[in-house]
Design a protein around this ligand. Sequence first.
Ligand code: NDP
Length: 497
Amino acid sequence: MTDRPTLTTTAGAPVPDNQNSITAGPRGGLMIQDYQLIEKLAHQNRERIPERVVHAKGWGAFGTLTITGDISRYTKAKCLQPGASTPMLARFSTVAGELGAADHERDVRGFALKFYTEDGNWDLVGNNTPVFFVRDPYKFPDFIHTQKRHPKTNMRSSTAMWDFWSLSPESLHQVTILMSDRGLPIDPMHMNGYGSHTYSLWNGNGERFWVKFHFKTQQGHKHYVNQEAETIIGRTREGYQEALFGTIENGQFPTWKVQVQVMTEAQAQQTSYNPFDLTKVWPHSEFPPIDIGTMELNRNAENYFAEIEQAAFSPSNIVPGISHSPDKMLQARIFSYADAHRYRLGTHYEQIPVNKPKCPVHHYNRDGQMNTYGGILSGNPDAYYEPNSVNGPVEEPSAKEPPLKIEGEMGRFNHRDGNDDYGQVRALFNLFDAGEKSRLFSNIAAAMGGVPGHIVERQLAHFKLVHPDYEAGVRTALKSAHGYEADTISAKATAAE
Ligand code: NDP
């Protein structure tokens, strides 16, 4: 007799023997009727789902969003009212590496948040930087191709990265942050998060305001230089998982101060930059951050695969009082994130417990992969179409957001025309002290190893437009790292472009 649970098949039948196959005699001849063995092997074959095309390697934990500030004049969102406390999930990630990549690689970090509000799930799928490499979604798949493996060599290509970046000056802001100290945080707790995109808030009077979300680490910023990261990767490829999991397991709960920047619709007409451009920040002096609360992570997942690998974040998940903006990258992500989850998790991926809202869910979508509701998604088996006379779920007009004012003719507008890709990078460069500048130069030089001269010169020309010291610093670092001498033919051609 034992008080341990009985091992069963997935159908619940007791398993008599988990050590010995059914064979014709002790010397072998497997019997296909050993369905327990077949089930076990078949399950093993199916233990993997497609890894995310981007942000494959991640680390996550659960926590709480607590609102202490008062922005009720801007939003009716219940989860943003003073005193609100909302359970949440965070998943941090690198962008380019695959599922088995080392954690301590220089890369942008994903900072994806899911808030389980009483009005449905609100997801904020940002990064640890306030900007991004591209501003038009046409360029996103191309950009990601440059970060992934070359189709022939199956290796990552510095040439492809710098070729693309040097031909896309809107990337300069993000490239500068990536190559600065903040491009290599020591772990997920010691970095900020940003919603990055411009979203909107709307209140009960039908007024809309544009908003940026910021999550400021209360652990302080801490970064490694490349050589320190190389040493750590030599010891462990899972440094972020060890740090985040271990810290929370030890009862030390990391926190972030939550802030918003708010812009009126009228102000958005006046800014010198496009406030919906993902390569730009809103300067703090113009739009001061407002403290609204704290995010704390305080619980590890019980099962990493079920709760973190299957976590599905999408900017399409908004709740009344919070909405989108004309940011083109955001609009594209509203489609592509939910689409990625339908592909890798199944049509009804929001029925997986980690993705399931903690409020009642009623809709008329029907069958398909992962439907575990048993066919009564509307809450009433006769209500499988709408409109109906059988008391099926109906719309809630108070959830209707104010109309989005859109002006202008429809067309394809050159997003690089008249766009200043250098001013905000200069503001950042001027914030760096001498040590930060020197590390920026050497990180760029290290990343440019093996890149052809004409591409290097094209990129150096962009650095020069930010600040002559930026170009000169990188050029000196290139000479010391690789013996690089000015490619005068390419430099002349670049200057003439
Ligand atoms: P401010 O001087 O008012 O703000 C500077 C902000 O830059 C800081 O609050 C901090 O953001 C961030 N910052 C400070 N030091 C560094 C550093 N060494 N590396 C990276 N970021 C740093 O000026 P602006 O608001 O006009 O911004 C100037 C530049 O700072 C921008 O062009 C942008 O590159 C960068 N920045 C701006 C942010 C914004 O939302 N305005 C946010 C982050 C960076 P934080 O408090 O978020 O850590």
